[in-house]
Design a protein around this ligand. Structure first.
Ligand code: AHR
Length: 630
């Protein structure tokens, strides 16, 4: 029996929907920052890795991680007089004969490309009377030279030395050798190497290919810095934004609760700058005065069930949250606006939202602190929209406490998170239809379809497409969505599935990435209701086939989205007789394949449309038909 549906959109039944629906959730999980999006090529550049950073307390994870020495047996780490108190450790070489080198292996190899330029910088000092320059080389495993440069002469006090290396070869396994041209003691710190080709050529910038993959999603907003990283797994692990701005040598690194180290080279300035570069609204999320309270919470197994920031320290914490807003939006003469201007951005970043809390248990400790922070922001910055948190998801609970608090306080937006199996998305297509329109709007801040084995494949991607189609229908109550997590370095993941996998040289978007990208590129700001009639009125068709009709009023395009999770094609007949079609040649984009395919990509073609459109939805597919209208 062929499966058929007929759909009649009714252009008289239109409603405005959010134009911010598709965004990105960035968290430093799976090596998303150092060794990932942050373009720094030297690992542990500040010698600040600590045994306590590392999950399982791996003994190889310490101040010397990724470093070694050549032509000497001594490799000392000192803390006696650092460049800055936030960056305590530095390396000491005792050189008897020139040729001693300090070597960094990068993040499992430094990738270099022949002909490309790399910015080298390091801090050095030497107490010796005769001080030399520093030869810096990129070398292969067998000593082959891939490029080299020489810095100016070392000083007696800490001094930043800079130079450019042009790579002479293309290789993935280079290492960097720092070879002082003198004898005696030489102290070294913040040894750094960046490709000049960062995203948009920004200094201290982002890896061009990975950042481009994010920009290509056309995200309307970017959440930062998490996830669990935002609230940490103990009070001392709360993400403190002030530690992540200013000169790199003065930033205060810290343990990442996912079991590694955060240099904070990619900090709040770089984040705001990136949002501006890609036209995304920044959505910073700060802790609600509590670290993770939930011992069952994925990232917080180490430190769950701790109290909140002591009441006598809450004023200071609240001030820090207000300072973040001033840093983003304040006049360049204000205390924190000036720091932004000094970093190279005198104009405000025009921050509109701030998230407070991340999936926290709605305990008394939380409620008290959240309310204090919320009231302080509302009083000082009434124009900023505060996003609350619904708390941890549990089936059937409907996040009662989180929503009660939101309603009591009159919050404008609430952040929900859930990771569910395909069946949940099929069975909950009306999830947001049930939401009370008089309450806060929803930011679906984290979601993904999870199958056993935690792969991202066509089945999960289609479930996400189905969910987003249903969310478009509810785009009057759901304001924003972001798939989570975003980035994962192959071999260094703590969480699967993720949207984009990568290694040092390749970016590997998943099937789910393309679903997000299609929604990002084919979003609208008006939703048109439609009536669907299904052959036999079968329940499986209702659960596995979904459609949406949106209009992008900027282009006047009608965008039809059709999801088919059935193993058979579905013949659709779509009544477009009320639509004024301007061009009968529409753009058709289709993703289709087998449910466990991991390599499905969108295919583009043309489709002739008329008042009555007959279109066959392939088995397991997502189709978008974009029609020009008058
Ligand atoms: O996205 C991964 C984690 O899932 C986030 O850090 C946390 O908020 C959620 O539990």
């Amino acid at each position: 029996e062929p499966v058929t549906i007929s759909i009649s959109p009714d252009i008289r039944k239109k409603k405005s929907i959010s134009d911010l629906l598709i965004g990105i959730f960035y968290e430093d999980i799976n090596y998303a920052a150092d060794g990932g999006l942050y373009a720094e090529l030297v690992q542990n550049r500040g010698f600040e890795y600590a045994l306590s950073d590392k999950e399982g307390r791996d003994k190889n994870w310490n101040n010397r991680t990724a470093w070694s020495v050549i032509n000497t047996d001594t490799f000392l780490i000192d803390t006696a007089s650092p460049i800055h108190a936030n960056n305590k450790h530095y390396a000491v070489l005792q050189i008897e004969k020139t040729g001693v080198a300090l070597v960094n292996e990068g993040f499992n190899g430094i990738p270099v490309k022949a002909g490309e330029k790399y910015d080298l910088s390091l801090f050095a000092r030497s107490p010796e009377k005769t001080r030399g320059r520093i030869l810096v080389r990129l070398t292969g495993k067998n000593g082959e030279i891939y490029g080299e440069t020489t810095t100016r002469t070392i000083s007696t006090d800490w001094k930043k030395l800079e130079a450019v290396i042009t790579a002479t070869r293309t290789a993935n396994d280079a290492r960097i050798e720092v070879i002082p041209q003198q004898t005696g003691r030489v102290d070294l710190d913040m040894v750094s190497l960046f490709p000049q080709k960062t995203f948009k050529g920004r200094e201290n910038g982002l890896r061009a290919d990975l950042a481009q993959a994010l920009a290509d999603l056309k995200p309307r907003f970017m959440r930062f810095p998490g996830g669990c990283v935002a609230h940490g797994d103990g009070i001392g692990n709360i993400y403190r934004w002030e530690n992540t701005i200013g000169p790199l040598e003065a930033r205060k690194p810290q343990r990442n609760l996912w079991g590694y180290h955060q240099s904070f080279g990619l900090g709040y300035f770089e984040y705001f700058q990136f949002c501006e570069d890609i036209g995304a609204e920044p959505i910073p999320v700060v802790a609600a005065g509590v670290p993770c309270q939930n011992s069952a919470h994925h990232g917080c197994v180490i430190g769950g069930q701790q109290g909140g920031i002591p009441m006598e320290e809450m004023d200071e914490y609240i001030q820090s949250v207000l300072n973040l807003i001033e840093y983003a939006n304040g006049d360049a003469k204000s205390e924190w606006g000036r720091k932004r201007a000094e970093a190279g951005h005198p104009k405000p970043f025009n921050l509109k939202y701030i998230g407070v809390g991340n999936e926290d248990l709605i305990s008394d400790i939380f409620v008290e602190r959240f309310t204090m922070i919320y009231n302080a922001i509302k009083a000082k910055y009434p124009e900023i929209t505060v996003i609350g948190t619904a708390g941890p998801f549990s089936e059937g609970s409907d996040y009662v406490e989180g929503w009660n608090l939101a309603t009591e306080l009159g919050l404008a937006l609430v952040d929900e998170h859930y990771y569910q199996p395909p069946g949940w998305y099929l069975n909950n297509q009306d999830y947001y239809d049930r939401y009370d329109r008089s309450k806060a709007k929803v930011y679906l801040g984290e979601y993904a379809a999870h199958v056993p084995g935690r792969h991202n494949n066509l089945e999960t991607a289609l479930c996400e497409a189905l969910h987003l189609v249903n969310i478009e229908r509810n785009g009057d109550i759901v304001e924003m969505t972001s798939y989570a997590p975003l980035l994962a370095k192959e071999g260094f993941t703590q969480w699967n599935p993720d949207l984009i996998y990568f290694n040092n040289t390749e970016v590997k978007p998943t099937v789910g990435y393309y679903v997000q990208k299609l929604f990002g590129h084919h979003s609208g700001n008006e939703y048109i209701s439609s009536n669907i009639v299904r052959s036999d009125n079968r329940e499986d068709i209702r659960k596995r086939v979904a459609s949406s009709f949106v209009i992008d009023t900027q282009t006047n395009d009608l965008i039809i989205k059709l999801v088919n999770l059935l193993p058979v094609p579905v013949s659709s007949s779509i009544d477009l007789s009320d639509i004024k079609i301007a061009d009968s040649q529409s753009d058709l984009t289709v993703m289709k394949g087998k449910p466990d395919d991991k390599t499905v990509r969108p295919e583009e073609s043309k489709l002739t449309v008329s008042g009555q459109l007959e279109y066959e939805l392939p088995a397991y597919s997502f189709s978008i038909i974009r029609v020009k209208t008058n």
